[in-house]
Ligand binder design. Structure first.
Ligand code: BDP
Length: 597
């Protein structure tokens, strides 16, 4: 799926800004075509709606809400094909133009678009209404709990006196099976973009290779007719390097794309036919897992970084390019080189930035929360087809980014209670994921702290990715015991002859809380915790990376374990460094990006 662009043949109109908004509650029904004239609020797009108003309903709400806005398109657009594109509507959407339902979409973290050429008349006002549903349940990704009512008196809550069990407090609330606030709404940009009416370029896929000192770029362009697509490759200064009309370009003495701002060389590939034009940044690089190493351009990489979230005050999960730029700068400041898009694909602009700045991305689907208490999640949850859809859509969107170096199919599923079913589920998805990616990037999923001897699927991934909390959720506060346990486990993984990466390990830390004898929640404990893990990794050649949890503090559902959110950040939510940020900065600046192990 191509990102909208303005060029000599295409144009983009932003629909971001103030939209009319209301929660669909208190007996309000949306009748398609109804224009909101009263009882609505003005709300900013892109942004989550939850923290924009001083109303507890906005945070607690579970259900549908309505966004509405009217537009008139200029007559100069008459000659073109019109596409309405939503970059992300969380968690699902019904889209109307005037009173007509024009599409529905499930899943809150990937774009969708609709050809509206025949649905609107240029020069005539029309109204777009979007009904957004924020509910998560056993059919959605991320997964939520179906039981919306009676959450406080459920029989599963040990704190409820037995005489109160079974009583229901009647309120719908979201019960996410994941540890980030279920921020909802038009979280990313909305636009109308145009293409020529015929002969338009539908899709482009790029694969690169290195032969000696030269680079090879193979491109596959899909048009709505059979016309030949011509390619022109330009270097950074805009000089033409090569042209082609046969899908392949040889680049003599190629400059490769690699880690770091100085090394992330991007060429521009311009594709055109008689009606259309599209330009794409291309980084020439190869990726391969060989033995216990992860090779970028044939050099073994050591991953330094974290899992992140798209999360900030007020905007919630709303797209904010300024935060992306700030975060990329902090990643460089730390001497880090990578992150995982835990736990959903991020806004496309972040990948574009990482292409330019040489930051590696492990791209993750929203498949988080695949565990169902005592029951078999592979039977109880109805997610398989949707899971395939999000993998397909994520790859369709992100396949050309040089910064994307591995796919993560999901986070912390239950793989230990029903090992055989888990194997069947995840291994078939693994094959499916490989089959969709022409670049054939490594594929993995991220596994939780479990009985790793019972998990028979994590060890079959291209890279084994482990989330571990020795010293936090277990052996709490005792780093000596935690390191003993971690090393016991790493001895096990050593036998598996696979590259292993720690994709989460961390400690909640209250910024400003200090201790001479480090104890949990103090800044000193977090720093010692992370460095102790680092020492264990340094002793093992098969550990190819460390991505601590988390880049910054982030919002979660309220609960006794979370004081104003998850506090495992190296930075506060406002991006102020904790002590551990300085400690990790020192460590990571002394570890090279490649040839470390
Ligand atoms: C891991 C989850 C992550 C949580 C983290 C934590 O993958 O989403 O935020 O634990 O508890 O299990 O901090």
């Amino acid at each position: 799926m191509l990102y909208p662009q303005t060029n000599s043949c295409r144009s983009v109109f932003s629909l971001d800004g103030l939209w009319k908004f209301r929660l669909i509650n208190d007996g309000f029904n949306y009748n398609p075509g109804d224009i909101l004239t009263s009882d609505f609020e003005w709300i900013a797009v892109p942004a989550s709606y939850n923290d924009q108003k001083e109303d507890k309903a906005y945070r607690r709400f579970a259900g549908e809400s309505l966004y509405q806005r009217s537009f008139t398109l200029p007559k100069i657009m008459e000659a073109q094909r019109l596409l309405l594109r939503f970059d992300a509507v969380t968690n699902s959407a019904r889209v109307y133009i005037n009173s007509e339902l024009i599409t529905t979409h499930k899943g809150g973290y990937l774009p969708f678009e609709i050809d509206i050429t025949k649905k609107v008349s240029v020069g005539v006002e029309f109204t777009i209404s979007v009904v957004v549903d924020n509910r998560v349940n056993s059919t959605t990704l991320p997964v939520g709990n179906d039981k919306l009512k009676g959450a406080f008196f459920g029989s599963d809550n040990a704190q409820v006196p037995s005489v109160q069990k079974g009583k229901e407090y009647q309120a719908d609330i979201n019960l996410p099976n994941f540890d980030f606030f279920n921020y909802a709404g038009l979280n990313r940009s909305v636009r109308i973009y145009t293409t020529p009416k015929t002969g338009y370029i539908k899709d482009i896929t790029v694969v690169t290779d290195i032969v000696g000192r030269d680079g090879v770029i193979s491109y596959y362009a899909l048009c709505d007719n059979d016309e030949t697509v011509f390619a022109t490759l330009k270097d950074k200064r805009g000089s033409v390097v090569a042209t082609s009309d046969n899908g392949s370009i040889m680049v003599k003495d190629a400059k490769l794309w690699s880690i770091g701002k100085e090394n992330a060389y991007l060429y521009t590939l311009e594709l055109s036919n008689t009606s259309d034009f599209y330009s794409l940044s291309v980084g020439i690089r190869t990726i391969e897992v060989r033995g216990k190493q992860f090779l970028l351009n044939n050099q073994p990489v050591y991953f330094k970084g974290f899992g992140k979230h798209e999360d900030s005050h007020i905007k919630g999960r709303g797209f904010d390019l300024t935060y992306d730029v700030k975060d990329a700068g902090l990643i460089h400041w730390l001497g880090a080189n990578s992150f995982r898009t835990s736990h959903y694909p991020y806004a496309e602009e972040m990948y574009d930035l990482c292409d330019r700045e040489g930051i590696l991305i492990i791209d993750e689907t929203p498949a988080v929360g695949i565990a169902a208490g005592q029951a078999n999640p592979y039977e109880v949850l109805d997610i398989r087809a949707h899971h395939e859809d999000v993998i397909k859509d994520m790859i369709a969107r992100d396949k050309n980014h040089p910064c994307v170096i591995m796919w993560s199919m999901g986070n912390e599923p239950d793989t230990e209670s029903y090992p055989r079913e888990a194997y069947e589920y995840w291994h078939s998805l693994y094959d499916y994921t490989h089959s969709l990616d022409r670049q054939n990037r490594p594929v993995t999923f991220v596994c939780s702290q479990n009985d790793y001897t019972r998990d028979i699927v994590a060890r079959t991934m291209d890279v084994v990715c482990l989330n571990r909390y020795y010293g936090w959720y277990n052996l709490s506060g005792d780093l000596d015991a935690a390191m003993y346990a971690l090393n016991l486990e790493l001895d096990f993984w050593e036998q598996q002859n696979k590259p292993v990466m720690l994709t989460e390990y961390g400690a909640d830390t209250v910024s400003g809380m200090h201790a001479t004898v480090p104890e949990m929640f103090s800044e000193e404990y977090q720093a010692q915790f992370l460095l102790a893990y680092g020492e264990a990794f340094d002793k093992r050649d098969f550990i190819i990376g460390e991505q601590m949890w988390n880049f910054a503090d982030f919002g979660t559902i309220q609960g006794p374990m979370r004081a104003g959110g998850n506090k495992k950040g190296l930075f506060t939510r406002e991006r102020k460094p904790k002590l551990a940020a300085h400690a990790m900065r020192h460590r990571w600046n002394n570890i090279p990006d490649v040839d470390y192990k």
